[in-house]
Design a protein around this ligand. Structure first.
Ligand code: GLC
Ligand code: CA
Length: 541
C-alpha cells in the first residue's frame, strides 16, 4: 500500500485562502496561520495551486519563473517555512506543475521573441505568417489559438490565454529543463505534484492532434524516471480527455506513470456533447451512477481513483448538483458521503467542507477570470443577450470557486481587512468556518467525520480496499452502493433529490454508522428524507 492511498488531500487556491498582510490577496503566511485549522480538519496533504512567479493573466497558471515565488504570495523563505511548518502539523505539500505552457513573460519566451535565432525559439510552437492564421484551431479559452508576433512576423500557439504560449515537448531540451525544475522542488521536500492539463503536452498540431498525442505516455514515463520515481510522492495528472481505459495506463500500479489522475467523466455530465462548457444541461442521475460504477469497478486492482467534486475551475457542487436553497446543509453532506466512501484518494477543495455555494455578482466588472471574460466577449460579438451570458457564468463560471474563504462574520469574512481581489460571497455571514468549528451537525464537523472514517476508524481498510457494487441501479432518486471485503460490508444510501423515498428494506438502527439527519426513519422499511444520506455496517437484505 502507498501512503497516498490512505490520505485525504485538501486543495488551496492561495489567492483566496487567507490574506496575512491586508493587501486583499491571500498569501503563504496566510496559509501558515491556518495550519492548525487544517490539522483539526484532519487532512494529510495540501495541493497548492501555483505560487510561482507569474504576471497572473490566468492566476498563476501562467508561470514566468518556476524557481521563484510570486511577490503577492511572499518569498521563497515563506515557502520553505510553509513546507517545514506543514510537516510539523503532519501535512505534506503537493505543488502544481504547469508545463503545457509558460507565461509569455518567461525568459525562454522573451528570448524566443527577441531573436529568431534564439535556441528558445524551438521551445515553443511558431508558424511563419503567410497572410492568414496557420489554422482555425480554437483556444480552450475561446478565440483563435494563434497569436501574431509582429516582431518576428510569426504566429505562436496558445491553447489557453494569449499570455500562455504552449511549450514544445517534442524538443528534448524543453523536457530536460522541466525535469530539472521538478527535481529542484522535490529536493526541497515537496511530496508530489499535480500535473496541469498533462494530456495536452504531446500535441501534434500539424496532424491536428491536441490531446493524447502518440508520445504522451512515453513522455510521462520518461519524466517519471527522470524525476519523481526516486521519491515516494503523490502524483496526479489533470486529464480532461481521460476514460477508465486510459486511467488504467496513467495510474498503472507498477508505478511507471502517475499515482492517479483526475478523470472528469462525472463532471462533464452536465455539458452537452460537442457544445461549450457554458451550455449546461441538467444532470442525469442514471448516468452519474454509471460513470462512477465504471470508474470504481474498472480501476479496482488495476489503478487508483481520485475522488473529487470541486476544484478552482468548477462551480461549487452544492449549487451544481445539490440544493443550495432549501437543503444546503443536507445536500452538501450527502454529496460528501457519496464520494468519501468510495475507493480512491479524496480531494476536498477549500470551502467545500463549509458547504460553500456559487456566487452571483450582478456587475460583470466584479468578475476576474480570464476564461469567463473571454467567453463574454465572444458571445456578445455573436449577438447573445447579456442576461443569458450572466446566467451561464452563475452556473459554471470559475469565479464561483474562487471567492475568498469565509473565516468568520467579520468584515470581508475575516479573509482580509481590505476589499479582496475578488469579492467575498455575501453569504459569508451564514457560511463561515468560525460558526461551524465545534458546532454539532455543521457541514465542517461532518467532513471531519468523513475524514475520520477513512483515516482513523476501524472501517478504513474496507473503505480503502473493498469492492464496489451499485445498488438500485435504476432508481430515479437514489444513488446507493455497497463496499465489500472479507472483513465486512458497508452500504451507502443517498437520496439525490428533495422527494422523500421509501425503500422496502429491513434496516436496524444499530447498524447505521453515519447519517446526515439526527435521527433516522426505519418504520416499515428504509425511508430517505430529502437529500438524506445513510451509511450502514453489515449486509442489507
Ligand atoms: C488547468 C487549470 C486551469 C488553467 C488551465 C491552463 O485546467 O486547472 O486553472 O486555467 O489548466 O493552465
Ligand atoms: Ca496578502
Amino acid at each position: 500500500m502507498n501512503w497516498w492511498q490512505e490520505s485525504v488531500v485538501y486543495q488551496i487556491y492561495p489567492r483566496s485562502f487567507k490574506d496575512s498582510n491586508n493587501d486583499g490577496i491571500g498569501d503563504l503566511q496566510g496559509i501558515i496561520s491556518k495550519l492548525d485549522y487544517l490539522e483539526y480538519l484532519g487532512i494529510d496533504v495540501i495541493w497548492l495551486s501555483p505560487v510561482y512567479e507569474s504576471p497572473n493573466e490566468d492566476n498563476g497558471y501562467d508561470i514566468s519563473d518556476y524557481f521563484g515565488i510570486m511577490k503577492d504570495f511572499g518569498s521563497m523563505a515563506d515557502m520553505d517555512e510553509l513546507i517545514q511548518k506543514a510537516k510539523e502539523h503532519g501535512i505534506s505539500i503537493v505543488m502544481d506543475f504547469v508545463a503545457n505552457h509558460t507565461s509569455k513573460e518567461h525568459k525562454w519566451f522573451k528570448s524566443a521573441l527577441a531573436d529568431p535565432q534564439s535556441p528558445y525559439r524551438s521551445y515553443y510552437v511558431f508558424k511563419p505568417n503567410q497572410g492568414t492564421l496557420p489554422s482555425d484551431l480554437q483556444s480552450i479559452f475561446l478565440g483563435s489559438a494563434w497569436e501574431l508576433d509582429k516582431n518576428t512576423d510569426s504566429y505562436y500557439l496558445h491553447l489557453f490565454a494569449k499570455g500562455q504560449p504552449d511549450l514544445n515537448w517534442h524538443n528534448k531540451p524543453v523536457r530536460e529543463d522541466l525535469y530539472e525544475m521538478l527535481n529542484w522542488w522535490l529536493e526541497k521536500g515537496i511530496k508530489g505534484f499535480r500535473f496541469d492539463v498533462i494530456d495536452l503536452i504531446a500535441k501534434d498540431i500539424d496532424h491536428g492532434i491536441i490531446g493524447d498525442g502518440p508520445k504522451l505516455h512515453e513522455y510521462i514515463q520518461e519524466m517519471n524516471q527522470a524525476t519523481f520515481a526516486k521519491y515516494n510522492v503523490l502524483t496526479v495528472g489533470e486529464t480532461w480527455g481521460a476514460t477508465v481505459e486510459k486511467a488504467k495506463k496513467y495510474s498503472n500500479l507498477d508505478g511507471s506513470e502517475f499515482s492517479m489522475i483526475f478523470n472528469f467523466s462525472h463532471i462533464l455530465l452536465d455539458q452537452e456533447a460537442g457544445k461549450e462548457k457554458w451550455d449546461t444541461i441538467p444532470l442525469d442521475l442514471q448516468k452519474l451512477k454509471k460513470v462512477f460504477e465504471e470508474q470504481q469497478v474498472g480501476l479496482y486492482k488495476e489503478g487508483w481513483n481520485s475522488l473529487f467534486w470541486n476544484n478552482h475551475d468548477l462551480p461549487r457542487i452544492v449549487s451544481r448538483w445539490g440544493n443550495d436553497q432549501d437543503y444546503r446543509v443536507e445536500s452538501a453532506k450527502m454529496l460528501g458521503t457519496l464520494l468519501h466512501f468510495m475507493q480512491g484518494t479524496p480531494y476536498i477543495y477549500q470551502g467545500e467542507e463549509l458547504g460553500m455555494t456559487n456566487v452571483k455578482f450582478h456587475d460583470l466588472n466584479d468578475y476576474r477570470d480570464v476564461e469567463t471574460l473571454n467567453m463574454v466577449q465572444m458571445r456578445l460579438s455573436k449577438g447573445m443577450a447579456m442576461d443569458k451570458i450572466m446566467d451561464s457564468i452563475y452556473k459554471i463560471g470559475r469565479d464561483n470557486a474562487r471567492t475568498p474563504y469565509p473565516w468568520s462574520i467579520e468584515a470581508f469574512g475575516g479573509f482580509s481587512q481590505v476589499r479582496p481581489w475578488l469579492d467575498i460571497n455575501p453569504n459569508y455571514v451564514n457560511i463561515n468556518a468560525k460558526d461551524q468549528i465545534g458546532r454539532n451537525n455543521s457541514v465542517l464537523e461532518y467532513y471531519r467525520k468523513l475524514i475520520w472514517f477513512r483515516r482513523r476508524s476501524d472501517y478504513r481498510e474496507l473503505i480503502r480496499e473493498g469492492t464496489f457494487e451499485l445498488l438500485y441501479p435504476d432508481h430515479p432518486d437514489v444513488f446507493a452502493y455497497q463496499r465489500v471485503l472479507d472483513t465486512g460490508v458497508l452500504s451507502v444510501y443517498c437520496n439525490f433529490h428533495s422527494t422523500p423515498v421509501h425503500l422496502d428494506e429491513k434496516v436496524d438502527t444499530a447498524e447505521a454508522i453515519l447519517s446526515n439527519y439526527d435521527t433516522f426513519d426505519n418504520k416499515r422499511g428504509l425511508n430517505l428524507r430529502p437529500y438524506e444520506a445513510i451509511v450502514f455496517m453489515g449486509k442489507r437484505e
